[in-house]
Unconditional design. Structure first.
Length: 384
């Protein structure tokens, strides 16, 4: 179900640790000694990213874990820093590669400039009404890397997710079952999830406890999400649980709100970027057609444009053939799977922009496959 409203979002030896320091920060020291351009790249973000890495090193320097376990834990914490500051992390890695490949060559300064240009593209600029950036196979939305799952922390029996510049309070409440998750966007018949593809409709209906009912029903399954059962159409349309993090916006921003929705794993240990959505303020002077063309240029020539009767323009890699009961795309996980991302631009009745949305369809399908497998396993484990 596409949203059509603005949401109200509420111990190790010294030698071992020295080796770890060299492993994770050594290249940055070299980079700084050979290039002074780092001051050009988001000083505050870069320093915060470095602070995050140093804190990880300090934390594990006094760890009582064995060397192997400490190294694994350190790598996990470093990865958290990269997820929290993806644009800076990209710049750091890019600069390391440039120095490694072009050290002593005349091209080195230009290579580092290319890294800086990439960083500037990936960094979220609040006054830019187009918050989507694509770099090769990586998609950024409002400063968040949509390819990277986020690790959920637990302190004092409370699950929480921290993303710089975002408020994840509603997501935290959902993680801790103080609020119900949202079931939004593109539904899929559960038979389009690979582990269930060979099961009969009758078998699935019986396994879900729907019996011989001939009435439409909505049931919620911990693995398969919220299922819309339509016996007349023999349809079991599933929407997966998600929860949002919101980015505060300023008065001068073109956005009314900017949100990232995450798919939530049943064990509540991982939050997977699902879709980003930005609602616009009125009177921007930017038309739906202009924004759609800008998006098409960002996503690439493989994306096609189609506009539906409800005024929503889609950019997809393959035409959308089927729609759900609310007129939104459905069954995008059907084989052969042809969609990786789907973008949507909605306009209001007065033709002004309503929202821009980008959805990771491939992530949704893989998530559904994994949870469907978990559902089958749970049934086998609980069978007499």
């Amino acid at each position: 179900m596409l949203p059509n409203y603005i949401p109200d979002l509420k111990s190790l030896s010294y030698f071992f640790m020295s080796a770890l320091v060299l492993l994770f920060v050594g290249h940055e020291v070299v980079a700084q000694s050979q290039s002074q351009d780092s001051s050009q790249v988001g000083k505050a973000s870069q320093e915060t990213y470095k602070t995050c890495r140093k804190s990880a090193l300090k934390k594990h320097r006094s760890s009582a874990l064995t060397a192997g376990k400490a190294l694994k834990a350190l790598k996990q914490d470093i990865q958290k820093c990269r997820r929290a500051f993806p644009a800076v992390a990209y710049f750091t890695q890019c600069k390391k590669a440039a120095i490694r490949n072009y050290k002593g060559q005349a091209y080195l300064p230009e290579a580092i400039k290319e890294c800086r240009r990439a960083y500037n593209r990936l960094s979220f600029k609040e006054k830019d009404p187009q918050p989507l950036r694509k770099l090769e196979k990586t998609l950024f939305f409002a400063g968040v890397d949509m390819n990277l799952p986020q690790t959920i922390d637990m302190q004092e029996d409370f699950y929480s997710l921290t993303i710089p510049n975002y408020n994840c309070q509603e997501l935290d409440f959902i993680l801790n079952r103080e609020l119900k998750p949202k079931y939004l966007l593109f539904g899929n018949d559960i038979r389009h999830f690979t582990p269930l593809s060979n099961l009969s409709y009758a078998n699935l209906v019986r396994s879900l406890g729907l019996g011989q009912s001939k009435k439409k029903q909505i049931v919620t399954n911990p693995y398969l999400g919220q299922i819309y059962f339509n016996p007349k159409q023999k349809s079991l349309l599933s929407y997966m649980p998600s929860a949002p993090c919101s980015r505060p916006v300023t008065q001068n921003s073109p956005f009314h709100s900017v949100d990232i929705h995450f798919l939530i794993s049943p064990n509540r240990k991982v939050a997977i970027p699902y879709f980003g959505i930005a609602f616009y303020k009125a009177d921007l002077g930017l038309t739906t057609a202009q924004l759609t063309e800008t998006l098409k240029g960002e996503l690439g020539t493989s994306f096609q444009h189609q506009t539906e009767k409800n005024g929503i323009s889609y950019l997809t890699e393959s035409p959308i053939r089927r729609y759900d009961h609310e007129g939104d795309p459905r069954d995008l996980c059907r084989y052969p799977r042809k969609h990786s991302w789907v973008a949507a631009v909605s306009q209001k009745e007065d033709q002004s922009l309503n929202y821009l949305l980008i959805n990771r369809v491939d992530t949704l399908c893989n998530f559904g496959d994994k949870l469907a497998s978990g559902w089958l396993k749970s049934r086998r484990d609980n069978s007499p």
